[in-house]
Design a protein around this ligand. Structure first.
Ligand code: BTN
Length: 321
C-alpha cells in the first residue's frame, strides 16, 4: 500500500470521525504537509474529504471506481485477480492482457474504467464508457487448444451465477452473451495464443454494462442492449460485482480444469435463452436458420434444419427469431 492508500484506509475505517493531520502524520510517519498533499491528490481522484480546522479530515464520499486495492480487499480467491493492473482509460483490456500475458501469473486481471477501442466478437467494436465493467483475465490452463470453446461457456455461466447471487435473473444467448429480459447486458471475448498442441495463454475478456445510462450507448449498439442500472433502477456496487465475479469464475474454472465440463454444460443449458428456439446462425462462411435443439460436449450449438438434418456450429453470431 502506498501512503495515499494508507491515508484512505485510515479515513475509511473512521467514517464518522475527524482524524487530525497530526495524528495521521504520526501514525504514518509523514510530515503534515505530505498528508495535506496526499489528501489533495485523493480529492483530485474524486474522493470528497472534508477538512475542519482544529478537528481534522473526514471522508464524506468515495468515487465509484474499480481501484485495485478496493477490489483486492475482501476478495476470496486463490489466484484469480491476485495480481491486478488497473487503468483509468486504455484502448482495450484484451489487447493489454495479450501484451502482458507472457510475463504474467495465471489469473492476472486487467481492468479499466473506460476503453477507447474496446473489442467485441467478430471484429466488432465494443462501446465502453465510464460506469461499465471492462476486464480481462489472463489464464494459463494446461488444456488442449481444441477445448478453448468450452472455456467461453464457463465464463458465461460464471457471469449468470454472479448476477443471480446479486438477485438479478439473467440468461445466456449462445455462445455467451448474457441477457436480461432478452436484452444484452454482457459480452465475452475469448482470445487464445496457442501452438498446435499446447495453449500458451487464454484471455477471457468480459464487458458488463453496469452503471450505464442506456442513452449513453450509440443508437445501433444500444438497440437490444441493456444495463444493470437500467434494469435495477439504481446504481449497483461495481466493486462488489467484480469481486463476486472473480470468485464465481475461479470456482467454475476449477470445475472445468478438474475435468467436470459436463456440470458446466448442465448449468449452461439451464440458463440458456437459445435452446428450443428458432435461430439464425451467421458464421464466417454461411448463414443457417433452424431450431436450436442442443449444445454438444464441445460447446457447439446443434441446429435442426427444416429438412430434419442437424448442423453443428462451434462459433458464430446467433439471432433469436
Ligand atoms: C461481444 O462482442 O459480445 C464481446 C464483447 C467483449 C467486451 C470486453 S470488455 C473487456 C474486454 N476488452 C475488450 O476489448 N473486449 C472485452
Amino acid at each position: 500500500m502506498g501512503h495515499k492508500e494508507e491515508i484512505l484506509d485510515v479515513l475509511r475505517k473512521n467514517p464518522e470521525a475527524y482524524i487530525s493531520g497530526e495524528e495521521l502524520a504520526e501514525t504514518l510517519g509523514l510530515s503534515r504537509t505530505m498528508i495535506w498533499k496526499y489528501v489533495e491528490s485523493l480529492r483530485q481522484d474524486g474522493f470528497v474529504v472534508e477538512s475542519v480546522t482544529n478537528r481534522g479530515y473526514r471522508l464524506v464520499s468515495a468515487p465509484d471506481l474499480l481501484l485495485q486495492d478496493d477490489v483486492k480487499k475482501d476478495l476470496n480467491t486463490d489466484f484469480i485477480g491476485r495480481q491486478i493492473y488497473y487503468f483509468d482509460e486504455i484502448d482495450s483490456t484484451n489487447r493489454k492482457a495479450r501484451e502482458l500475458a507472457p510475463d504474467c501469473a495465471d489469473g492476472t486481471l486487467i481492468i479499466a474504467e473506460r476503453q477507447s477501442e474496446g473489442r467485441g466478437r467478430m471484429g466488432k467494436e465494443w462501446y465502453s464508457p465510464q460506469g461499465g465493467i471492462w476486464l480481462s483475465l489472463i489464464l494459463k490452463p494446461d488444456i488442449s487448444p481444441e477445448h478453448i470453446y468450452r472455456l467461453t461457456l464457463v465464463a458465461g455461466v460464471a457471469v449468470v451465477e454472479t448476477l443471480a447471487d446479486m438477485g438479478i435473473a439473467a440468461q445466456i444467448k449462445w455462445p455467451n452473451d448474457v441477457l436480461i429480459n432478452e436484452k444484452k447486458v454482457c459480452g465475452i471475448l475469448t482470445e487464445v495464443d496457442a501452438e498446435m498442441d499446447a495453449v500458451n495463454f487464454v484471455i477471457v475478456g468480459i464487458g458488463i454494462n453496469a452503471n450505464i445510462e442506456l442513452d449513453m450507448l450509440p443508437p445501433l449498439f444500444g438497440f437490444n442492449s441493456t444495463s444493470l442500472k437500467s434494469e435495477a433502477g439504481s446504481d449497483i456496487n461495481r466493486v462488489e460485482l467484480v469481486q463476486r465475479l472473480l470468485e464465481r469464475f475461479e470456482q467454475d474454472y476449477g470445475t472445468f480444469i478438474s475435468g467436470d465440463f459436463p456440470s458446466i454444460l448442465k448449468r449452461w443449458r439451464e440458463y440458456s435463452a437459445t435452446l428450443n428456439r428458432q435461430v439464425r446462425i451467421v458464421t464466417r462462411f454461411k448463414t443457417i436458420e433452424g431450431e436450436a435443439v442442443g449444445i454438444d460436449h464441445d460447446g457447439a450449438l446443434v441446429v435442426e434444419m427444416d429438412d430434419g438434418t442437424l448442423e453443428r456450429e462451434i462459433t458464430g453470431t446467433c439471432v433469436h427469431l
